[in-house]
Design a protein around this ligand. Structure first.
Ligand SMILES: Cc1cc2nc3c(=O)[nH]c(=O)nc-3n(C[C@H](O)[C@H](O)[C@H](O)COP(=O)(O)OP(=O)(O)OC[C@H]3O[C@@H](n4cnc5c(N)ncnc54)[C@H](O)[C@@H]3O)c2cc1C
Ligand code: HEM
Length: 389
């Protein structure tokens, strides 16, 4: 795609989506056109459509930002295309999505901005995105989705459970990747979860799930998952991971259940003979949010290349931690616990200029931490995180 085509696409998208509430408006209009012009497509989507967290339009925006970086964009689209097989998506649906998105954009861009040249640029951009997804899906030989049985649900905190499942057939995912999951109580509401262990031949996966207040799915996962429930799991996604021959030292930063994909990578690295030095900062609001410290300390004790520093925003635990008689995680640690906002604490150690960095947590935590590190001297290109939509 030439630079003029890319510039035309970006300018229209920015003009429509960048202003306050623009992205949400675009998303709402896109779905209303899609479901009106192609009513058959409605059945593929969940009953409740929350435009605030629309990931389809979010992914298109993410892709548009990377049109000049095919080495990053194409693997991302290929993963997404393989994962979309779980919805039963057909190539003709991509035409419906592209046409509806174009109509929505045209409506907000207005006649002055929406020229024939702009329309053609969008045709080319959306054909690139759809083509990459369709061709990866067509080539894939693994299942469109895996079925799994719940083996165990362990309540760690009143708002956090560890759920272990066994897939009907093993899945080859790289430690650090995430998957989308559907539970029987919430049909068609797929949510991303990160395996906290490397892939194994038994197809066993451990998930750490936090209940988000007011959320549709996570409270049900955390509180009502029963042994024997059947879950569906989509194809692996994401590009976090440490290659076998990695030489550069690593800095890993996680908050809450964000520890899961980093823990999986550390466990996988522990099976190798040689590793670069890794400093892991694991954080949470309260000390009790550092629920996995015992495992992380065991890893650090057995592997001299690993240092684990716990960080909590507050010094004390919340009132309910003392009140409820539930199980209590082991919070003792090899390194002294630091108190403060995690990005600030990590940046106070220096520039980390010699490290490859991974950050995992909520979108706001990732953005703030990235900002703090860059202000301290870390190069943006050394920092990796999953897409924030
Ligand atoms: C790459 C990736 C990996 C993930 N891995 C895990 C994991 O291993 N374990 C895990 O527990 N979760 C993980 N999540 C988050 C998970 O996918 C869901 O977004 C989360 O469980 C909320 O789903 P819900 O249906 O309960 O809330 P929704 O119904 O989707 O959202 C309800 C409201 O809560 C807000 N909200 C959603 N998520 C959060 C949040 N984290 N903090 C604050 N507000 C929020 C929404 O904006 C919305 O307003 C991951 C997300 C991503 C993108
Ligand atoms: C044009 C390229 C497309 C992109 C970039 C895209 C991207 C995404 C992303 C990132 C998600 C979030 C969850 C996930 O990863 O599965 C999603 C969800 C979804 N997509 Fe797509 N998608 C595209 C095309 C399509 C098409 C053609 C269909 C067919 C109808 C479709 C149907 C769905 C459905 C049903 C969901 C779930 C919605 C939800 O959970 O709210 N997508 N899409």
């Amino acid at each position: 795609m030439d630079s003029r085509t890319i510039a035309l696409i970006r300018t229209t998208f920015k003009a429509v989506a960048a202003e306050d509430g623009g992205s949400e408006r675009l998303s709402r209009s896109f779905y209303s056109i899609l479901f009106t012009d192609y009513p058959g497509v409605r059945d593929y989507f969940p009953a409740a459509m929350d435009s605030q967290r629309d990931r389809l339009v979010g992914a298109i925006s993410y892709a548009l930002d990377r049109l000049e970086e095919p080495d990053k964009l194409l693997p991302f689209l290929a993963q997404l295309g393989r994962d979309h097989r779980k919805y039963g998506v057909q190539p003709s649906h991509y035409v419906a999505v592209a046409n509806s998105l174009k109509s929505a954009l045209q409506q907000f861009a207005g006649t002055e901005m929406w020229s024939d040249e702009v329309a053609m640029a969008w045709d080319e951009g959306l054909a690139t995105i759809s083509g990459a997804m369709i061709s990866a899906a067509e080539k894939e030989t693994t299942p469109a989705c895996w079925t799994a049985r719940v083996l165990e649900r362990r309540e760690i905190l009143r708002n956090l459970s560890i759920v272990r499942i066994k897939l009907d057939q093993p899945m080859e995912y790289a430690a650090g990747q995430y998957v989308s999951v559907q539970i029987p109580a919430r049909p068609r509401m797929w949510r991303y979860l990160s395996p906290a262990n490397p892939a194994n031949e038994h197809g066993e996966i451990e998930f750490h799930v936090r209940s988000v207040m007011g959320g549709w799915v996570s409270p049900a996962m955390v509180a009502h998952t029963q042994v024997g429930d059947q879950w569906l799991v989509g194809s692996p996604l994401g590009g976090l991971g440490v290659p076998r021959n990695a030489k550069r030292k690593m800095l890993m930063i996680a908050c809450g259940t964000g520890i899961a994909p980093l823990r999986a990578q550390l466990m996988s690295m522990a099976q190798r003979r040689v590793n670069p030095k890794v400093h892991l900062f694991v954080g949470g609001h309260h000390p009790c949010d550092l629920y996995d410290l015992a495992v992380l300390n065991q890893l650090a004790e057995a592997n001299k290349w690993l240092t684990v520093t716990p960080v909590s925003e507050h010094d004390d635990n919340p009132w309910w931690y003392f009140d409820d008689g539930g199980p209590k995680p082991d919070l003792s640690s090899l390194e002294p616990r630091m108190t403060g906002q995690i990005g600030k604490v990590v940046a106070s150690y220096g520039s980390w200029a010699d490290r490859d960095v991974q950050i995992v947590g909520s979108p706001s935590m990732v953005q703030t931490t990235k900002f703090r590190l860059m202000a301290a001297g870390t190069q943006a290109k050394s920092i990796r995180h999953d897409p924030l939509f």
